[in-house]
Design a protein around this ligand. Sequence first.
Ligand code: GLU
Length: 594
Amino acid sequence: MEKKAVRVRFAPSPTGALHIGGVRTALYNYLWAKKHGGTFILRIEDTDQTRYVEGAEAYIMEALEWLGIEPDESPKKGGDYGPYRQSERKAMYGQFAEQLIKEGKAYYAFDTPEELDAARAKVEAETEGKGKFKYDASTRMSMRNSLSLDAGTTQQYLDKGEYVVRFKLPAIHRDIIFDDAVRGTVTYSTEEMDDKVLFKSDGMPTYHLANIVDDYHMKITHVIRGEEWLPSTPLHVLLYEAFGWAEARPQFAHLSLILKPAPDSYLTKQNKPAMAEKFLNVFLSKQPEFAENKDLLAQTITQLFQDVASVTSRLNPKKKDKPYKLALKAFLKKSMSGKLSKRDGDLLGFPVFPLDWNGDEPFRGFREWGFLPQAVLNFLALLGWNPKSEQEIFTLEELVDAFDLDEVVRSGARFDYAKAKWFNQQYMIKGEDSALAEMMQPLATAKGYTVSKEYLTQVANLLKQRVEFIPEFIEKGSYFFTDLDFEVVKEKEGKNLRKRVLNKWSAEKSATFLDLHQALAQLADTDDLEPAVDAFMESKGLGKGEVMPALRFAISGTMGGPALYEMMEVIGRAKSLDRIKAFVEFCNAETTVA
Ligand code: GLU
């Protein structure tokens, strides 16, 4: 049999910002397509108008563009199988619903929401809350639909134009078995299913119908999506059968969830008290009825956070727990384990969205946080896929080459922010200085610094080993952009500054540094700074420890940082000399040395 060209689709619903889990789904689709010389399609599933959010589609496109995994066919780009927005395909779905009705595989239903609620309530009452109403072969004849009503009544309802089309599950239960590239053979029984709505009288299909009709017509070969869609898959399998498309059914691959990070990856000795307070405040904002227990809650959370490695296992409720403690434990359990959710980022202090989202509920993005797109792609690829080697750093081409659906892991993958940062740093170090400079430019401008790209390129070169994120170039490296305010330096670095410089300052030191200033001022532009400073120290019989700390504080206001002389060259000799002078004056004033 001739192998079909691989065609995969990423099919988000534009209901808000795209979560990082969705980005990973897009990435795996992209990798699978490219690995097989296939086609990566973006299809916007916007049939549920009640959940439509303005700006969400543009956000999705921008995120894929930023990451460099752009679709080959999409609403923006077009393609041979368009349109790629389901709302624009509206006219084609009705005929498929009708076809199923004609063939007795679906039916019209007229039950009002109130009637459905009543049916649910009745079953709940009869079973003391244990049972659930299901619209299926056992109940459908007692409901109002084209199977239970006569033709005339059915027509009357249809004329009113208020109906839905429901899929008719087989009366005799059977197993639905399909192969999943991640999970192996998956079996569901129709007993677990109900007669799902496929189409509504507003002319819109539901997700299930539109999804199958489109996958078939877009010649999709692999459906790679999140595991939340696994329970829908048996219905999809039945739909492929019902339409006579079973042969063309795509290979399914359901990706596991991305899980919250392990507490020991974000709770450190230093930040534990602050994090405990943050958790407590969020808890109290949700359950203000416990506000009066605040002190006890604070103690409890401190205790629970004591041993970070075991905290989640100690959150199970105990009989003797007081109500406030039970509530706190339940909140912590939800906040510290399970699926990585959109609000986790705010609480735990990292982004979970690719880009900033400025909707009603705003979120920070990896891009604005200062992550490089390649780093995001790299760590996302490894979040659930096992490359079967020690290799960690992969270019996009290498990912395409190495990626395999068979090696996608079945268990949930834990998001690890520390690891994400590590990847970012690796990419910063590897990155072209000029590319880093380009990303720094708007941030520098926003701070009011007027600097050339060449200048930023030099800063990037000196600092990239020392920062984790793009904005840190500007923040940590502020001394490259503005003159130092030594009062601020004193606030930040007081202890070090006193120990290394001020405690040893004297009139003699002051004179020495002014001499050094003079010696450096006399250098020709082509003379190197380092030998000049070395010669000066030797001539005065001074050790490095007596000169270097002061020079560093003078130039960058801190002890750490890149190589001193390189820093001075980038900042400029004249400016550096001015800083030395200003520093001497500051030290004189601080120590009241005349
Ligand atoms: N529209 C669905 C979503 O928002 C797509 C699921 C699928 O890929 O079939 O995730």
